[in-house]
Ligand binder design. Sequence first.
Ligand code: AMP
Length: 445
Amino acid sequence: MFSQFALHERLLKAVAELKFVEPTPVQVAAIPLALQGKDLRVTAQTGSGKTAAFVLPLLNRLMGPAQVRVDIRVLILLPTRELAQQTLKEVERFSQFTFIKAGLITGGEDFKVQAAMLRKVPDILIGTPGRLLEQLNAGNLDLKKVEVMVLDEADRMLDMGFSEDVQRLCDEAVNRQQTLLFSATTGGAGLRDMIGKVLKDPEHLLINNVSELASGTRQQIVTADHNVHKEQILNWLLANETYQKAIIFTNTRAMADRIYGRLVAQEYKTFVLHGEKDQKDRKLAIDRLKQGGVKILVATDVAARGLDVDGLDLVINFDMPRSGDDYVHRIGRTGRAGNEGLAISLICHGDWNLMSSIERYLKQSFERRVIKEVKGTYGGPKKVKASGKAVGVKKKKVDGKKTDKKTAAKGPTKRKSVNRPKADPLVSGDGMAPLKRRKPEAAGE
Ligand code: AMP
């Protein structure tokens, strides 16, 4: 029950209005400590209810009589525009019975309109680091009176190259009394460095280990011979699975566009979302998906970040994501807040080792599914090591001086099953934090 928290009655009224009955584990753990004013470092997966876990305590701090606003008192940083917009909506829903006002500053929106909004001084400012810094540099933003700062999806902000911007904004909010940092993963050295710099004696709440990821989501793999075969499997899945809304992930914009084109040709109601799409397209795609006019979204990782769409119950990884974290984020689109979901990854021989690295990272074994109507010849490696990776054939030197014609001719065949680096690209020495990060598609997303 939310009444267990020492929250203002107007906030509890909003919670009831939203039909939230039981607080989620992250809310149970974080709300009381945040209400005490402690700095928190929270590791919690997407869909765990973490937004309410920080929004409710900070609204509680701002509760009071209506007064002329003179200072921005809370700053919330997020990596993407969509996530910032969703957080604004969440803040507005929880503050509906209060006088608290929130404002949004993200890239892709009119700079002057934002400056005018800033002149009215919202109590809570929500935004992405790049544009916030631009407004700061233009002299439109004063963060000196900020009391609470929230860094949401901090690991992702670092992935996207926002480290310096975030640090600069933290430095500007020099008089803050509390900082709350949320990340979906335990992160790497970059995150540890940031935590050391911006948090004071923080409590670490490790709510969901990635291995407990979206327990309401079944995770399957289907093997495929090549991309054209993957397209056949995809068509079969879209035609035969039961789903309200589906999202198809690719690793490149080119592949996203290609699949989108194929689906449009088959008259599917679909949209594509990637880094080259402008803000208007992105809003349209998300709105249509939410309203149900579009059933299928084709997207790359960065573009789909932070999507929270009801009824998204099918995730298809046309390409395997390049890191365990990206996998977690993709699958986090479904099975949210206890709903059921299905995640299917299409695996060619080149994806196998990456897939098994992700299985080990998550400490999970994906269900192997065979669809007899579209079954190909590849069914996984003939032999696997204890790690689950394919047993490779020893690679021979093919480009050195010593290589003779015979060896060179054999080269590509030999390389077939050894096409991944020896060192696991995903998992660091302690088997937890991913070392390799994907480059962002475009800054500011
Ligand atoms: P989040 O992890 O903050 O993105 O939340 C995921 C979804 O769960 C959002 O749609 C929230 O509105 C919803 N949610 C959060 N907390 C609760 C709760 N205690 N009861 C029901 N739904 C919730």
